[in-house]
Write a protein that binds this ligand. Structure first.
Ligand code: ADP
Length: 413
């Protein structure tokens, strides 16, 4: 088990582009990871999440030692390891594909690293059995990799990691090629296993459900930078910006533009013919009435923070519903300018029919085209800056967040 620290770590790829006309190369740089500071606690399950190309895998490879950083230091247990290769760092990695040796049995694949290290055969057999038992593949040890399902292959890959008792587990989208049901099963297994063996783990994914359900902490990345880092619940409830707000949560947070205007000791949020009033208590977390007055904002409300209420302040037009068993998602439109946070910043819709999704009990019925009135849970209202999308909530933190120590209880529940 180990701590991991990144101090001012960046990675710049020199992209060799050749002009087909002149044959000249312009050597433009790609900043895969911008200057990053991060501290992972011993035994922590840390998830890196973000859209494709945001630098997650690069950050993982820098920790593994597969690539050297352009600037900064990687420290494991407080010691700079920039000059130490992956083997010397004692990290175990898994990838999207389980990458097993096809001409070795499952058992031989699991014990391969010990054979290379010339560990006695009897010890290897014993350790293979132990590792296999941990991920429930005891019955597969004599099979060939081609005889395994995708989920079994990933379990074998995990046993291969576990057998080495490494300092760090690094996992790069290990479940992205599995079907949804298997992913759900394996997700719980990986979490249980990590808590049990307590090995510090960095897990890369673009799946927000995995991130929310697996990590002690999550770092959301965009364009080579960590936008926000913290406990899943903290990021979900207090996103640092609209990008994080809409990246975590499915369906994503509803968002539309409004103007904040002082109204007595509270504020009215106005757009088109609508308004939503926040009283003095409610505006306090956004810095108070004066701070908000005259400001262009984006209102963000998650589907579960909306409810049907005949006296509610929002009037929407229902379009269709998605039934999901215990609840349904009502897809409606609101007369408003919808906003979406993208890699390149905020993008506004050019019509005034903002899509609004409401999570409602499946027993609720409604008529399409018959306007519905919605109430909003006050605690569920987020306000973001209308230009850069930053949260206006006062207490929201950015950066690499707190550095919790993972308790023994959390490790081995
Ligand atoms: P992610 O894992 O989040 O999808 P990556 O870490 O793989 O993202 O890549 C981050 C950025 O760095 C991307 O823009 C990618 O195109 C670029 N990149 C990655 N590896 C190289 C490389 N060897 N040469 C040039 N650019 C690269």
């Amino acid at each position: 088990m180990s701590t991991v620290e990144l101090r001012g770590v960046s990675k710049v790829h020199r992209a060799e582009r050749r002009d087909t006309g002149t044959g000249a190369s312009d050597g433009s740089d790609v900043v895969a990871v911008a200057r990053t500071d991060l501290h992972l606690a011993d035994g922590e399950f840390f998830v890196l999440i973000g859209p494709s190309g945001c630098g997650k895998s690069t950050l993982l490879r820098l920790i593994a030692g597969i690539e050297p950083p352009t600037t900064g230091d990687v420290l494991i247990d407080g010691v700079a390891v920039n000059d130490i290769d992956p083997r010397g760092r004692d990290v175990a990695m898994t990838f999207q594909s389980s990458a097993l040796y096809p001409n070795l049995t499952v058992g031989e694949n699991v014990g391969f690293s010990l054979r290379l290290a010339k560990v006695p055969r009897a010890t290897i057999r014993e350790r293979v059995r132990e590792a296999a038992a941990l991920v429930s593949i005891d019955h597969l040890l004599d099979r060939w990799p081609r005889q395994l399902s995708g989920g079994e292959g990933q379990r074998v890959a995990m046993a291969r990691m576990l057998i080495r008792s490494p300092h760090l587990f690094l996992m790069d989208e290990p479940m992205s090629q599995l079907d949804a049901k298997l992913r759900t099963e394996l997700r719980a297994e990986i979490v249980r296993l990590q808590r049990r063996v307590g090995v510090t783990t960095v897990y890369v994914t673009h799946d927000q459900v995995e991130a929310m359900s697996m990590g002690h902490r999550i770092a959301v990345m965009r364009r080579g930078r960590i936008v926000q880092c913290g406990a899943p619940d903290e990021l979900y409830r207090h996103p640092a910006d609209l990008f994080v707000g809409q990246f975590l949560g499915s369906p994503p947070m509803n968002a539309w533009r409004a103007l904040a205007v002082a109204d007595g000791d509270g504020v009215v949020l106005r757009w088109m013919h609508h308004e939503l009033r926040l009283d003095a208590d409610e505006v306090r977390r956004f810095g108070g009435t004066e701070a908000l007055h005259g400001r262009e904002v984006v209102i963000g409300v998650r589907p579960e923070a909306l409810h049907l209420d005949a006296t509610g302040p929002l009037t929407v037009s229902p379009r269709f519903t998605e039934t999901l068993g215990p609840h349904q998602l009502l897809h409606c439109t609101l007369g408003a300018e919808a906003v979406r946070a993208t890699d390149d910043g905020l993008v506004s819709a050019d019509d005034h029919h903002a899509p609004i999704v409401v999570a409602a009990a499946s027993s609720v019925s409604f008529d399409v085209w018959q306007p519905l009135h919605l109430g909003v849970d006050v605690d569920g209202i987020h306000l973001f800056d209308g230009e850069d999308g930053r949260s206006l909530e006062q207490s929201v933190g950015f950066g690499s967040g707190p550095r919790p120590t993972v308790s023994a209880h959390e490790r081995r529940p």
